[in-house]
Design a protein around this ligand. Sequence first.
Ligand SMILES: Cc1cc2nc3c(=O)[nH]c(=O)nc-3n(C[C@H](O)[C@H](O)[C@H](O)COP(=O)(O)O)c2cc1C
Length: 186
Amino acid sequence: MANVLVVVGSPRKGGNTEILASHIAEGAASSGASVETIHLGDLVIRECDGCHACWRGRPCSKDDDMRAVYAKIAACESLVFGTPVYWYGPTALMKAFVDRFVYFNCEANRSMVRGKRTAVAIVLEETHEETWRPVVEFFRKSLAYLEMDLAETIVVPGVGEKGAIRREPQRLDEAHRLGGRLATGR
Ligand SMILES: Cc1cc2nc3c(=O)[nH]c(=O)nc-3n(C[C@H](O)[C@H](O)[C@H](O)COP(=O)(O)O)c2cc1C
């Protein structure tokens, strides 16, 4: 059974990212996947400071919740990154999370993520492509560098206030189908 890890990078509980991510999760689960959703706002994930202990075969020097999340990332078959746009980038929570992927940027740990199927889910208030495109590029380039497979991207612009995405049922259906594809590998 496919194992899908969904990462919610918005600090706003019940917000648009969480709703979008939940539809991906439900789509994956309804296609038979085992799904776990984690909320970065519930965890303590400190910044990477580039000490590179991980590159010398040691655990990450930051003894925080990311140590457990590393194991979840290694174990999953598909990984979903969900974030709103915050000042033309991902949230600070999501950026700190991705910074900690330095852990996988060495030969000993790379095999834990190499080829892993990923999806990116982005929400934002504005509607211009130039607002969200750099965020997609941030993920595309970072995941390519890590030899991960960015298989799916969903961007929902024009959703500002909490829950506004519920007025976009077609986009939520799209997210559900995306989750199904992650589960089946198709
Ligand atoms: C600190 C902050 C910065 C934001 N920056 C942008 C931005 O640059 N462009 C944009 O379109 N929306 C921006 N927004 C709006 C959010 O992307 C939007 O409200 C989104 O739906 C929030 O998702 P959430 O409900 O999952 O938290 C910002 C919101 C906050 C709180």
